[in-house]
Design a protein around this ligand. Structure first.
Ligand SMILES: [Fe+2]
Ligand SMILES: [Fe+2]
Length: 275
C-alpha cells in the first residue's frame, strides 16, 4: 500500500509505478517528488471516477434522424441497416418457438449468451427463460422492446417470465450497484450522454423496484451482455428441454392459434407480405 501526506491511499501500486515510467524512474525520485506524484495520481483517479461521459448529446443524436432511410425503432427483421435484407427460408405449417429461433428471430446469439450466463450463475428456470426471450420482440419492433417482447410471449409463458422481460427494458436505465448493475456505456452512444428516460420508463422502473419479482427482472439486466464470450457460439440445444417444460407451444403452431398475439407471430413469419 502506498501512502500520501494524509495517510493511506488505496491505489494500484503497479499502475502507479507504470504511470511514472517504471520502478527505476520511481527510485530516482526524492521523497517530495514521490509525494507529489501520488497526489497527482489520486486527483486523476478522482477525476476519472466523476468524469462526464464523452459522446454525442441527445440533440446531436436526434439531428441524425433525417439522415437515414429508416427509423431506428423499426424491427430488426424488417431492415438491413446496410446492404439488402436476405431471402428467408419458408416456415413449417405449424411453427414452433424453435422454428422462429432458427428462421426468423434476429440477434439470437445475444439472447442465447444471456441465457447461458444466467444458467451458469444458477438462476431459476424462469429467469433463464426470460433471458432467452428478453430481446426477441426487437425483431418486430425495437421501440419499447420490453413491452413488445413480453406481449408476444404472454399466452405461452408464466406471468413471472413476462414480468422480467417487460421490466428489463426500464431497469436497463437505472443502476443497481448492489446487484452488480451499472448504467451501460452503450446507452450513452445510443441515446446521447444527457439522455433522461421518458416518464413511462421512469414509472415502470418505480413499479418494478417495489415489486416482489424485481430480482428476476434485474437478473435479466445483469445477464444482458452483448457477448460474454466472443469465441463461443451458444446453440439452442441446452435450452430445448427448458422450452419444453416452460413454453406452452400451441399444437396448431404459433400464429395459427387465435390468441390476441397470433397476428404478431404471422407478421414475423411473413415479413415480406406487402399488406
Ligand atoms: Fe433489452
Ligand atoms: Fe438484451
Amino acid at each position: 500500500m502506498l501512502k500520501d501526506s494524509e495517510g493511506t491511499v488505496d491505489i494500484d501500486r503497479d499502475d502507479f509505478i507504470t504511470s511514472l515510467g517504471g520502478a527505476e524512474a520511481v527510485a530516482r525520485m526524492d521523497h517530495e517528488a514521490r509525494a507529489d506524484a501520488i497526489e497527482e495520481y489520486r486527483a486523476n483517479q478522482l477525476e476519472g471516477a466523476t468524469a462526464k461521459p464523452k459522446g454525442q448529446t441527445v440533440a446531436e443524436v436526434e439531428a441524425q434522424i433525417d439522415t437515414r432511410g429508416y427509423r431506428r425503432g423499426v424491427g430488426k427483421l424488417f431492415i438491413a441497416e446496410q446492404g439488402t435484407v436476405t431471402r428467408l427460408p419458408p416456415m413449417p405449417a405449424r411453427p414452433t418457438l424453435i422454428d422462429f429461433f432458427e428462421r426468423r428471430f434476429q440477434s439470437t446469439q445475444h439472447v442465447l449468451q444471456s441465457a447461458s450466463l444466467a444458467q451458469r450463475g444458477g438462476a431459476s428456470e424462469e429467469v433463464v427463460l426470460a433471458c432467452l426471450l428478453h430481446d426477441l420482440g426487437q425483431s418486430l419492433m425495437r421501440t419499447d422492446h420490453g413491452w413488445w417482447s413480453a406481449q408476444i410471449f404472454e399466452p405461452y409463458v408464466s406471468e413471472r417470465v413476462t414480468f422480467a422481460i417487460r421490466y428489463h427494458q426500464a431497469l436497463r436505465f437505472y443502476a443497481d450497484p448492489a446487484a452488480g448493475y451499472e448504467y451501460p456505456e452503450l446507452y450513452y452512444k445510443l441515446y446521447g450522454v444527457d439522455y433522461e428516460p421518458p416518464p413511462h420508463v421512469a414509472a415502470a422502473y418505480e413499479t418494478a423496484r417495489r415489486h416482489p419479482w424485481y430480482g428476476d427482472a434485474r437478473l435479466v439486466t445483469t445477464n444482458d451482455l452483448y457477448a460474454f464470450d466472443q469465441t463461443t457460439v451458444v446453440t439452442l440445444d441446452p435450452f430445448v428441454d427448458l422450452i419444453g417444460r416452460r413454453f406452452k407451444q400451441p399444437p396448431e403452431g404459433l400464429g395459427n392459434d387465435n390468441t390476441p398475439v397470433a397476428h404478431m407471430w404471422r407478421t414475423l413469419a411473413t415479413p415480406d407480405a406487402p399488406l
